[in-house]
Design a binder for this molecule. Sequence first.
Ligand code: HEC
Length: 103
Amino acid sequence: MKGIIASAVLASAFIAAPVMADFELAKKSGCMACHSIEAKVVGPAWKDIAAQVKDRDRIVNSIKKGSRGNWTSVTGGVPMPPYSPRVNDENIGKLADFIMSLN
Ligand code: HEC
């Protein structure tokens, strides 16, 4: 019984660790000043982005170069600033995968 519980705990830690690392990266990169996973803040909820945008290249480009006009009905037209080269391409890719995984 103890063994079963221990391996269940280990398994969930194993799954959660990369997700936590990506969330930490999002916090460190400043994204959470304007976004949350579940709800609109200044920018749209990341769950809503994941549900509506299936194009990874678009998400990567929006993080690199900023975004404007895609979410006007949600945000009232506030633009998102560009993040390249403040955030490097590898980490932008990780953030895009993380956002897309939230659907
Ligand atoms: C200053 C506020 C602000 C910050 C900081 C911010 N965003 Fe945004 N974000 C926005 C707004 C506003 C929009 C909606 C833009 C639009 O209407 O096209 C948006 C939209 C997006 C989109 C959707 C783009 C699309 O093509 O539809 C993604 C993905 C995104 N943000 C990711 C990020 C990531 C990752 C970070 C951190 C590196 C970040 N945002 C930081 C305000 C912000």
